[in-house]
Design a protein around this ligand. Structure first.
Ligand code: ADP
Length: 479
């Protein structure tokens, strides 16, 4: 009894192009955001450098112009009552009045007990340190409005202020406080002996910085955001349209395959009926035939045989496309099986004057294979090898049993397959450019062969060199 089992092939995969679009969009957003971030940092850097230069020039000039002779008189809180205090504070107020960018101008000095700490000497606002002035103009007079007196400690001074003892310098970065975005600069005030006895500190407002960020960079950012939003909307529309198109094409393709399937089904019966009648005529069942009539009927039989092959090939193609290919594995006597194939192939090779070499084992194990598809696949590989090999060329056919697999090798010295087209060779209806116009064919054979081999759990592959030849390899599990 013959055993049978069925296997179905899955339908073709959908395109992944929409993922390419999504990936490109995400990359575009990441790149744009990164470039904007670089641009922003670069702009901030440039503005900060510019501001630092401006601050350095202000603080350096102020230090040079400052008359330091009264500073030694101002050491303790009560010294604010001395006339020197008023002179120093007025000098500072004048410096501030000369430049509207300056918010604060003040003098600092290292304390006598600890040179890691600094104390105030005077501040441009401190004529009367105890006056009730709403210095920050917030409507209340509190600690934030505290004025300074000589000897008051300045807590949390940055490292740069101490560097200001030797050379004019500024803060590393801008900082935000209740008076806005500021930067501070420090420069040494020298006594008559050229020794630093205090530093002048000047805080300037980063008005330009704010304005440029607000007026240039924010609109640019807004533009980028709008651009990204438009891109997102367009991509969504594109993907939706795309998906609809794909669905439409898939449906059309399915309908076409359905139509092909119906047509080839309908054709199969009359074609076999014609073949059957021709067979009967040749057998003499319808009376004796004259020689000429017999020859004509034989030629008709060949034509109808080709037509029948074509119809079943089209049927197979539509079955693969619709996911309805069904292989029927059955116990196969491989010896007889190959004998039948060679009976078809060897005369073809002879007719084409191609040297046909075969290497076939003398014994075969029991095989479970789909007879029709396996026959069709191997016959197609051999027929192609003969077809695409010129006269006096060579075709060799090797069969082996390897690890319970049927292994076939069909090698020819024919036209070969151009390298650039090799990845499409198992595609539906594909014919290579060097075969298309010179040889008859339809491009169905390898497509169906691959479907049939894979449906049986096997593999089919090839190696080829144009103008040198091609070798097809086939491996099918025997059970
Ligand atoms: P057909 O031979 O009817 O065109 P196939 O599906 O059998 O269709 O083969 C597809 C294509 O693969 C062929 O048109 C040909 O370009 C190429 N091809 C197949 N076998 C060979 C071979 N042995 N040598 C060179 N080209 C081949």
């Amino acid at each position: 009894m013959q055993k049978k089992e069925n296997t179905e092939v899955a339908p073709a995969k959908k395109t992944h192009l929409q993922w390419v679009v999504v990936f490109s969009l995400i990359s575009a957003i990441i790149i744009t955001s990164f470039v904007s971030w670089l641009l922003y940092n670069h702009t901030v850097d440039l503005l900060t450098q510019n501001l630092k230069k401006q601050e350095l020039s202000i603080v350096r000039t102020a230090a040079l112009q400052f008359d330091s002779k009264d500073l030694d008189q101002l050491k303790k809180e009560s010294d604010y009552k001395k006339p020197e205090w008023e002179k120093v504070v007025k000098q500072l107020a004048k410096i501030r009045a000369n430049n509207e960018e300056i918010v604060f101008a003040y003098i600092l000095r290292k304390t006598e007990t600890d040179d890691k700490k600094m104390e105030f000497v005077a501040d441009a606002d401190s004529l009367d340190p105890y006056a009730k002035i709403d210095l920050n103009k917030d409507g209340v007079i509190d600690d934030a409005d505290a004025l300074v007196a000589p000897g008051n400690l300045y807590e949390d001074l940055p490292e740069e202020a101490f560097q200001g003892y030797t050379t004019p310098t500024t803060n590393k970065d801008l900082y935000n406080d209740q008076w806005g975005l500021l930067i501070s600069g420090y420069a040494p005030i020298l006594d008559q002996n050229g020794k630093t006895n205090a530093i002048i500190a000047i805080d300037i407002r980063a008005n330009d910085f704010n304005a440029i960020t607000r007026e240039t960079f924010f609109p640019f950012l807004a533009f980028i955001l709008v651009l990204i939003s438009i891109l997102l909307i367009l991509t969504t529309i594109l993907i939706r349209t795309w998906n609809k198109r794909i669905e439409l094409f898939a449906e059309l393709d399915r309908q076409k395959d359905e139509l092909l399937s119906i047509v080839s089904h309908q054709l199969a019966t009359p074609v076999s009926s014609i073949r059957w009648n021709l067979e009967m005529m040749l057998d003499g069942d319808m009376g004796k035939l004259s020689k000429t009539l017999e020859e004509n009927i034989k030629s008709l039989q060949d034509i109808s045989g080709n037509l029948s092959d074509l119809v079943s090939m089209i049927l197979d193609v539509s079955r693969i496309q619709l996911g309805r290919m069904r292989v029927e594995k059955q116990e196969l006597d491989l010896e007889t099986f190959f004998k039948e194939i060679l009976e078809i192939i060897e005369p073809k090779a002879k007719e084409k004057k191609v040297n046909f070499i075969k290497s076939i084992p003398s014994k075969f194990p029991v095989a479970m294979l789909d007879k029709r598809y396996t026959h069709m696949t191997i016959e197609n590989l051999l027929s192609n090898a003969i077809k695409y090999t010129p006269e006096k060329g060579e075709v060799s056919f090797k069969i082996e049993i390897r690890d319970n697999n049927l292994y076939c090798e069909v090698k020819d010295s024919g036209i070969g397959i151009p390298e650039s087209e090799q990845d499409k060779i198992f595609g539906k209806l594909f014919r290579a450019s060097n075969a298309r116009n010179q040889f008859e064919g339809n491009g169905f054979g390898l497509y169906v062969a691959k479907g049939a081999v894979e449906a049986q759990g096997g593999k089919i592959w090839f190696s080829s060199q144009e103008k040198k030849g091609t070798t097809f390899f086939l491996e099918l599990p025997l059970n």
